[in-house]
Design a protein around this ligand. Structure first.
Ligand SMILES: [Zn+2]
Length: 328
């Protein structure tokens, strides 16, 4: 165990890890020492020191320090065991495979106009947001040679569900959204731009609520069914929007919403003719209400937030729907 942990820390040097998470450090005296703003507490004067040779950090501001695992525990509020799992998964071939696949689809989006065209039709035009969400496009039929060139075996591609048993790509003519958890891609969602069934996830866990690390800081949270709903709402400035991809929340997604009792959750699910979305919202709303949260059910004059914005709604139109949303 001890040896495994040492090897894990060698394979993910602390300084690399911090830099990948957007930490900037400057040389501080000794060659292997760096100093920068502390990622663990708010500060304006740099007091976070990293010794790249020893693979250790120490902050003179919040007086916390240690190795990579300790940093992950503090930064992501995970237990020791969870931090080790998190780091090990970063090195797992399947995780890197999803990372490379998402990167490939992201570049492809700019090679095939139909992907961008579809997004524009659905009201998603902001290139900065498209980049931020890591959206991509799967034309279909060209993923395998790309992954093979990167050294991924066909077996691993099959296991990940990226390639079907008949050798066809799982995603074909779909706009792709990577689902991230703590910066690691845990699944890919593909939205059909053609006549195929609209939704597709890889056969693995869908992970926690979408982008929960950034949304959890808001006291009021908007929960939507689909990632296109989320995209238009983020674009309109409602960055407190998250998504469970569908109306069913896994136990861990439900627990995320219930982290704090002071939270108000706006449920903005689909308004279906057969009442499926409305009933799902009511059922979930009652469970959240029993858990002590404030729940408000949003009624839109459109099928879902995405079509509302695609039809020309403005941020203040949507804000008005939030204001009008009745409490449970
Ligand atoms: Zn600090």
């Amino acid at each position: 165990m001890g040896k495994d942990l040492e090897r894990l820390k060698q394979r993910i040097p602390l300084l690399d890890f911090l830099q990948r998470h957007h930490w900037t450090g400057h040389h501080a005296g000794a060659r292997s020492e760096f100093v920068g703003l502390c990622p663990l507490h708010e500060e304006t004067h740099p007091s976070f020191y990293v010794n790249a040779r020893k693979n250790l950090f120490y902050c003179h501001g919040c007086r916390r320090g240690g190795d990579l695992i300790r940093f992950v525990e503090l930064a992501l509020r995970l237990s020791f065991r969870e931090s080790v799992d998190y780091l090990q998964q970063q090195l797992a071939p399947a995780s890197q495979l999803l990372q490379h696949t998402a990167g490939f689809y992201q570049l492809e989006l700019h090679h095939y106009p139909e992907g961008i065209h579809y997004l524009a039709q659905r009201g998603v035009q902001d290139p900065v947001l498209i980049e931020e969400l890591g959206m991509g496009y799967a034309r279909g039929g060209n993923l395998r040679p790309h992954l093979r060139a990167l050294g991924y075996s066909l077996e691993l591609q099959l296991q990940a569900g990226l390639i079907g048993r008949q050798g066809q790509d799982a995603f074909c003519r779909r706009v792709i959204f990577p689902c991230r958890q703590h910066d690691r891609i845990v699944n890919l969602y593909g939205r059909s731009i053609g006549s195929a069934f609209p939704h597709r996830l890889l056969p693995r866990s869908k992970g926690g609520l979408f982008s929960w690390e950034s949304v959890r800081q808001f006291p009021d949270v908007i929960l939507v069914e689909g990632l296109l709903d989320l995209a238009v709402l983020w674009q309109a400035g409602f960055r407190n929007t998250t998504c469970a991809i569908g109306t069913h929340l896994t136990a861990s997604q439900f627990a995320q919403l219930c982290e704090t009792r002071d939270r108000c959750v706006y449920l903005a699910f689909d308004q279906d003719d057969n009442q499926a979305g409305q009933q799902a919202a009511l059922g979930l709303g009652q469970r959240l209400h029993h858990a002590g949260l404030t729940v408000r059910i949003v009624h839109l004059p459109a099928q879902d937030p995405n079509s509302y914005f695609a039809a020309g709604a403005t941020p203040s139109d949507f804000a008005h729907c939030l204001e009008e949303a009745p409490s449970l």
